[in-house]
Design a protein around this ligand. Structure first.
Ligand SMILES: Cc1cc2nc3c(=O)[nH]c(=O)nc-3n(C[C@H](O)[C@H](O)[C@H](O)COP(=O)(O)OP(=O)(O)OC[C@H]3O[C@@H](n4cnc5c(N)ncnc54)[C@H](O)[C@@H]3O)c2cc1C
Length: 502
C-alpha cells in the first residue's frame, strides 16, 4: 500500500546526535518551521551515538596525539588540534545555552569532567611529547596542560597504569584537567525529548528507502513503516541525511552530482570493558596512547573512565576491524551495494591503495582475547583476563573520494558535509572527530544550505554561541569567559568531581 502524505519544511533522516543537533538549532532559529524525523530503529541514539558504541571523548584535542604532527623542520604542527578544540568550544557553548534556557536539564547525565592525558613510552616518544607539550601549552586554548616524566608524579596521576610496571623504559604523560567524558547517547535522547515537546514529528521504526526530486524542486521520500509494512511518501523543501553509516547509500539515491564519485570504507570497532569494580575505581582519566604503525587514526588505544547510567566504568580500545556493514544493525551487502558505476574506479583505486590497511583490519578482527589483553597490558601491566569482557562498538564509514593531494580513491578520516548546489539537501559522511563537533558541523550545514537567512539568523546564533564566527585562539579573554561560564552551567566543577583513585 502506498499513500502520499503531507508536506513538511524539513525532514531529518536518522535519530542520532547529528539530526538531534540540527533539529534543535533550527527550532531555535525558526520555531514555526515544521520538522519531521524518520528513524528506522525503535528509539533515538541507538547506532554510533549510543554511549556503548563510541568512546565518549569530548574531543578537544587535549589528549589525542593524532591531531598534531611533526613538521619537516622538527617543530610540532598543532593547527589541527586548534581547529578541533575550537569546534568543541562551540559544542560546549551550545549545550550550555540549552541548559541555561531550560531546554534540557541535568547536564551531569551527559557530561562529566575528566582529565585527558596522552601517554608515551620510549626515549624518542618521550622527547616528542615534551616538545609537543612545550608548543601546545603556550597556546591559550591549551593553557593548564601539565607534563611529567617523573614516575612518582605519574603514579599520582595514573596509579593503575604505573603500578607493577617492571619495564625501565622512559615513560611520560601530559594532563589537562579540563577534559570531559560525554554520554552522546544520553544527550541525543535528551535532545529528541526536547524536540518532541516542540511538536517535532518523530517517527521511529520508519526506514527511508528512496529519495527523489519532485518537479517543483522539493524532495519526496519513500518511507517504509516497519511496524505496519505500509509505504508512505513524505515531501520536504529541505532534507538532512543524518543516517550515520547509512548516509552514503541515501546520498547516492538522491542522484545529485555532488554525491557522485564518493565511496565508503566501513571500519568496525571493539572495546574491552572492565567488570571488576576494584579495578575501575583505580583509574580516573582518559589516557590516549600512540597508534601502532599501520593502524588507522581511529584505533589509537586509550584507557577511559566512562560515566554511563550514573556508574563509573572502564573501557579500553577501540580495536579496529573490518566488516562490510555500514551500520552496526546494517547488512553484510552494504559495502557491495554502495559500489556504483560513478564510484567504481574511486573504490578500486582506494582498494589498491589501502591493501595494507585492509590486511591490518582483517588481522585485527581475528585477534584472540589473549592477544587483545597483551595490548591492554601495555597500559595496565597486571591486567587479568577474567576482569575484562568484549563489547562490539559502532561502525564508522570513512569517506573515499578523489582529491588533488591524494589522487583517485583517497581515504578520508574526517567528516564531510555534502550539499546539493541549491542547498535543498545535505548529507553528513564520515565519523571523526564525530559527535563532539556536531554543533559546528551542523552550523556548517545551516550556512551552506540557508545562506539567504544568514543575516537574520546571526544574532540568535551569537546568543547561543558567543564565539560564533570569531576564532577563539585570538581572544584569550573570551576563552576564559567561555570556560568559566560553560563549566559553571554544565556543572563541570573539577573540585567536586575530583579523582577517587586509590
Ligand atoms: C568506535 C567509535 C568510537 C567513537 N568515539 C567517539 C568519541 O570518543 N567522541 C566523539 O565525539 N565521537 C566518537 N565517535 C563518532 C561518533 O559516534 C559519531 O560521529 C556520531 O555518533 C555520528 O552521529 P550520527 O547522528 O551521524 O549517526 P548515528 O548515531 O549512527 O545515527 C544515525 C541514525 O540514522 C539511522 N538511519 C540510518 N539509515 C536510515 C534510513 N535509511 N532510514 C531511517 N533511519 C536511518 C540509524 O538507525 C541511526 O539511528 C566514535 C564512533 C565509533 C564508531
Amino acid at each position: 500500500m502506498s499513500n502520499r502524505q503531507t508536506d513538511t519544511d524539513v525532514i531529518l533522516i536518522g535519530a542520532g546526535i547529528m539530526s538531534a543537533t540540527l533539529g534543535t538549532l533550527l527550532k531555535e532559529l525558526v520555531p514555526n518551521w515544521k520538522i519531521t524525523v524518520f528513524e528506522k530503529l525503535a528509539s533515538p541514539g541507538e547506532e554510533s551515538s549510543n554511549e556503548w558504541n563510541n568512546a565518549g571523548t569530548g574531543h578537544a584535542a587535549l589528549c589525542e596525539l593524532n591531531y598534531t604532527s611533526v613538521k619537516p623542520d622538527g617543530s610540532i604542527d598543532i593547527s589541527k588540534a586548534i581547529s578541533v578544540n575550537e569546534q568543541f568550544q562551540v559544542s560546549m557553548q551550545f549545550w550550555s545555552y540549552l541548559v541555561k534556557s531550560n531546554l534540557i536539564r541535568n547536564p551531569q547525565d551527559f557530561i562529566m569532567p575528566l582529565p585527558h592525558m596522552s601517554m608515551v613510552q620510549g626515549k624518542e616518544d618521550v622527547a616528542f611529547l615534551k616538545k609537543r607539550f612545550e608548543t601546545m601549552s603556550k597556546n591559550p586554548l591549551f593553557q593548564g596542560m601539565e607534563f611529567s616524566d617523573d614516575p612518582k608524579k605519574l603514579m599520582e596521576w595514573i596509579p593503575l597504569i604505573m603500578k607493577d610496571r617492571t619495564s625501565d623504559e622512559p615513560i611520560a604523560a601530559t594532563k589537562m584537567d579540563s577534559g570531559t567524558d560525554v554520554n552522546f547517547g544520553a544527550l541525543t535522547r535528551m535532545l529528541f525529548e526536547h524536540l518532541k515537546s516542540k511538536n517535532v514529528g518523530i517517527h521511529y521504526k520508519h526506514s527511508v528507502d528512496d529519495i527523489k526530486r519532485t518537479s517543483d524542486g522539493a524532495w519526496e521520500l519513500k518511507i517504509r513503516n516497519l511496524s505496519s509494512g505500509s509505504v508512505e511518501r513524505h515531501t520536504a523543501k529541505f532534507v538532512f541525511i543524518g543516517g550515520g553509516g547509512g548516509s552514503l547509500p541515501l546520498l547516492q539515491k538522491t542522484g545529485i552530482p555532488e554525491g557522485k564519485h564518493i565511496g565508503g570504507f566501513p571500519i568496525s570497532g571493539l572495546f574491552m570493558v572492565c567488570n571488576n569494580p576494584e579495578v575501575v575505581a583505580q583509574h580516573h582519566a582518559k589516557v590516549y596512547g600512540k597508534a601502532k604503525v599501520g593502524a588507522p587514526p581511529m584505533s589509537v588505544p586509550h584507557l577511559d573512565t566512562r560515566f554511563i547510567d550514573n556508574q563509573k566504568s572502564l573501557l579500553f580500545g577501540p580495536f579496529a576491524g573490518f566488516s562490510p556493514k555500514f551500520l552496526k544493525t546494517g547488512s553484510m551487502f552494504d559495502l557491495l551495494g554502495s559500489v556504483k558505476p560513478n564510484n567504481v574506479l574511486t573504490m578500486l583505486a582506494a582498494g589498491a591503495k589501502n591493501l595494507s590497511l585492509t590486511k591490518y583490519l582483517i588481522q585485527q578482527v581475528m585477534l584472540s582475547k589473549e592477544k587483545r589483553m597483551e595490548e591492554l597490558r601495555e597500559f595496565i601491566p597486571n591486567a587479568k583476563i577474567e576482569d575484562w569482557d568484549m563489547l562490539v562498538a559502532g561502525q564508522r564509514v570513512q569517506v573515499i573520494k578523489d582529491t588533488e593531494a591524494g589522487g583517485k580513491g583517497t581515504l578520508q578520516f574526517g567528516t564531510e558535509v555534502v550539499t546539493a548546489g541549491d542547498g535543498s539537501i545535505a548529507a553528513l559522511l564520515g565519523a571523526s572527530p564525530g559527535a563532539s563537533t556536531a554543533v559546528s558541523v551542523m552550523l556548517e550545514v545551516i550556512e551552506k544550505c540557508f545562506p539567504q537567512h544568514a543575516k537574520a539568523w546571526e544574532p540568535k546564533i551569537r546568543e547561543m554561541i558567543p564565539s560564533y564566527g570569531a576564532p577563539l585562539m585570538k581572544n584569550p579573554g573570551l576563552i576564559r569567559e567561555i570556560h568559566t561560564s560553560t563549566e559553571r552551567t554544565l556543572g563541570l566543577n573539577r573540585g567536586l568531581h575530583s579523582a577517587n583513585v586509590m
